[in-house]
Design a protein around this ligand. Structure first.
Ligand code: ZN
Ligand code: FE
Length: 257
């Protein structure tokens, strides 16, 4: 399985999983159809499926045009998103397994950004290799999604589940928000040396017009304030110790940042 990262709209990424043997592709959260159609033409593949993490417009905008061209493509997403994903015919629950391109992903129900949000986690194909997490707008590089349909407690639970995955997991989040996220992170944890180093490297990448996605979950654990409710510095800044409260306070601060 090959993974393609397709920039879309102003700051979205569509991810395309390619099965080169079968010449099939699955797209994850097609913000728009055009970048996916161009890829399919370029590699001469057919669209086998559309996988969703959640129902927001910038994650489903391409469905109609993609399905017009590939009516057989199977649209899947969270069971709780029933009625909100155009063309959906597969309704996924926590722990379900979905296979593509010789690999298998487990579905993680991670509400908070929306009440139906799911992620897809592919364990490493072989020992010593990286796993792959497609987490939509829940975990971002250096940040996390806003709470549109969930509580801080739900989101913190969801992020805790993602944090439990191995360090060597590529985080394929749906937006290029890293620079702004790290800017905020530095205001709440300015003394974190790993964060300082990441800030330097992300600034360089963006100056060169390069993507910061995927990131590595191990780096997120060390630098992303929304996974760091255990950090003494963040507990001091928020005035809380209980994880959901530390998280909720930080999320509120970020909303105003
Ligand atoms: Zn969203
Ligand atoms: Fe989004």
């Amino acid at each position: 399985m090959r993974i393609h990262r397709l920039p879309a709209l102003s700051d979205n990424y569509i991810f395309a999983l390619e099965d080169p043997q079968r010449r099939q592709v699955v797209v994850i959260d097609p913000a728009e159809a055009q970048p996916a159609l161009e890829l399919l033409d370029t590699i001469g593949a057919e669209l086998a499926g559309i996988w969703h993490t959640h129902h927001h417009g910038d994650h489903i905008g391409g469905n109609r045009d993609l399905l017009a061209r590939f009516p057989e493509a199977v649209v899947q997403g969270g069971a709780e998103d029933r009625g909100r994903l155009p063309g959906q015919s597969v309704y996924l629950e926590d722990g379900d397994r979905v296979a593509f391109g010789g690999r298998e992903a487990v579905v993680l129900f991670i509400p908070g950004h929306t009440r139906a949000h799911i992620a897809y986690y592919f364990a490493p194909p072989a020992p010593g290799e990286a796993g792959d997490l497609f987490c939509g707008d829940t975990l971002f590089a250096g940040g996390c999604g806003r709470l549109f349909e969930g509580t801080p407690q739900q989101m913190q639970n969801s992020l805790a589940r993602l944090r439990d995955l191995p360090d060597n997991t590529r985080v394929w989040c749906a937006h290029e928000y890293t620079l702004g996220n790290l800017q905020f992170a530095l205001t709440v944890e300015p003394e974190n040396p790993v964060l300082q180093a990441r800030w330097e490297s992300v600034q360089r990448l963006r100056r060169d017009g390069r993507p910061t996605i995927p990131s590595l979950l191990g780096d997120e654990k060390q630098t992303n304030p929304f996974l760091r409710w255990d950090s003494a510095a963040l507990q001091a800044v928020t005035g809380y110790q209980e994880p959901a409260r530390v998280f909720g306070k930080l999320r509120g601060m970020k909303d105003l940042f």
